[in-house]
Design a protein around this ligand. Structure first.
Ligand SMILES: Nc1ncnc2c1ncn2[C@@H]1O[C@H](COP(=O)(O)OP(=O)(O)OP(=O)(O)O)[C@@H](O)[C@H]1O
Ligand SMILES: [Mg+2]
Length: 459
């Protein structure tokens, strides 16, 4: 029987699931792990490594090991986000044709979708080994706040990996689906998803009849665990510079070790109050003696280093509630998704803001892939166990409009409109006897108030 797999293509980790006999199962990789690092490497011998194998050799092969490609996907070379990644990454990011981003691995240059495709192909393989059959179709998730370029590039990655991406669905919507599927509940829930690279929050109404309706969604496609790690790296680099007058950022291997140590410290601080970061022989003093890095980081200090990042997520959450026209008392349950929600300050801040303890029922690392698998199975089965039991009503995360004279955007479909939808509006041309118009569709951007007159002008 044909199978559709659900893939959560994460910034840091990816996960694959499939529905079998009406239940979604998360598929473990060969090493027995249910999530696979979204990392790709090329060895000196020209061998391609993906997942744990790539992660394991990242320090010794830093220049040819790619992580967090999702932070680059669908973005242009000259965007501030690409500039930021390019200035701190241990691998090489260069400008390609048409202002695109290219990643070089051992002299060969790859597009970002090509790199993401290597991760998707690995997830496909993990599923095929488990199912004992070839897999062609997949539902792939993206952050709700991804724009059309980022979605299209993710689809391209699927195609390069030999997958037919039958649907792209939003990560928080997938999580809500996994949370509510088959439970016969009728409630308003907030999904707070803070992963390795992105932040999303969605408010949904889940109906007992299997309807999952998104009321509002917001997020930041450049806010996640990586930024928390960066704060620790900065703190370590500055401390080392004060002590030894040496900039560790100049050394790729040192940088990769710092990145590793920073993430490890962050994860440990979710369960202990203090960690010691110890990196012997981190760099040479230049006078033929090795220098060591050794510092203690307390949870309180770490929380101070990252408080503004957590506050940013709370502000976005407040905005989403306002957009939905709801008050915090209207939220009946909170679903936490993403590895970063294990950080005590994050959990505490969400609980404090919404005035309730988050739901404990879902697995923050697996819930998105499970939702994708459920959706995949529902799209495939006409009369199978999941068919007709799921209706997803998602929204446009950002306002869509048209460019009018003066380069301004005339909004046509406001953000949080349930899709599919259609809108019409009459525009007049700016010159007499004009026989052609250029129509430019715009997404997001600064929205100016719509004029009361129904005629904009288009040139
Ligand atoms: N116990 C923990 N405490 C704090 N942070 C953690 C913990 N476990 C994992 N993380 C962090 O969570 C992040 C990874 O989360 P997750 O796997 O959900 O992200 P992702 O799905 O790959 O990314 P995204 O959804 O943003 O694309 C990493 O930054 C990781 O360091
Ligand atoms: Mg995620």
């Amino acid at each position: 029987m044909e199978k559709v797999i659900g893939i959560d293509l994460g910034t840091t980790n990816s996960c694959v699931a499939v529905v079998e006999n009406g239940t979604a199962v998360v598929i473990a990789n060969r090493g027995g792990y249910k999530t696979t690092p979204s990392m790709v490497a090329m060895t000196e011998a020209g061998k391609r490594l993906v997942g744990h194998l790539a992660k394991r050799q990242a320090i010794t092969n830093a220049e040819n090991t790619v992580y967090s490609a999702k932070r680059l996907i669908g973005r242009k070379w000259n965007s501030p986000q690409v500039k930021q990644v390019a200035s701190t990454a241990s691998y090489n990011i260069v400008e390609g044709p048409h202002g695109d981003v290219r990643i070089s691995l051992r002299e060969k240059s790859h597009s970002v979708p090509e790199v993401s495709a290597m991760v998707l192909a690995e997830m496909k393989l993990i599923a095929e080994e488990y199912l004992g059959q070839e897999v062609q179709k997949a539902v792939v998730t993206v952050p709700a706040y991804f724009n059309d370029n980022q979605r299209q590039a993710t689809k391209d990655a699927g195609a390069i990996a030999g997958l037919e991406v039958i649907r792209i669905i939003n990560e928080p919507t997938a999580a809500a689906l996994a949370y509510g599927f088959g439970r016969n509940i009728d409630r308003t829930v907030a999904v707070y998803d803070l992963g390795g690279g992105t932040f999303d929050v969605s408010i949904l109404e889940i109906g007992a009849t299997g309807v999952f309706k998104v009321i509002s969604t917001a997020g930041d496609t450049f806010l996640g665990g990586e930024d928390f790690d960066s704060r620790v790296i900065d703190w370590l680099v500055e401390g080392f510079r004060d002590e030894h007058g040496i900039d560790l950022r100049k050394d790729r291997m040192a940088l990769q070790r710092l990145k590793d140590a920073a993430e490890k410290a962050k994860v440990e601080l979710s369960s202990v109050r203090e960690v010691e970061i110890n990196l012997p022989f981190i760099i040479s003093s230049g006078r033929n003696e090795a220098l060591h890095l050794q510092r203690v980081l307390s949870r309180t200090d770490f929380e101070q280093l990252t408080a503004d990042l957590v506050q940013k997520t709370v502000d976005i959450m407040r905005q989403t509630l306002d957009d939905a026209g709801l008050h915090r008392e209207d939220i009946e349950d909170v679903v936490l998704v993403g590895g970063m929600t294990r950080m005590p300050l994050v959990e505490r801040s969400v609980a404090e803001f919404l005035g309730r303890e988050p739901s404990k029922g879902v697995h923050p690392d697996e819930v998105v892939a499970i939702g994708a698998a459920i959706q995949g199975s529902a799209l495939l089965d006409d009369d199978g166990p999941t068919a007709n039991r799921v209706v997803l009503l998602d929204v446009t995360p950002q306002t869509l409009g048209m460019m009018v004279a003066g380069g301004l955007m005339e909004p046509l479909i406001p953000k949080d409109t349930t899709v599919p939808t259609a809108r019409g509006k009459t525009f007049t041309t700016s010159r007499d006897n004009q026989t052609a118009v250029k129509i430019l569709v715009m997404q997001g951007g600064a929205i100016r108030p719509t004029r009361t007159s129904s005629s904009g002008s288009s040139s």
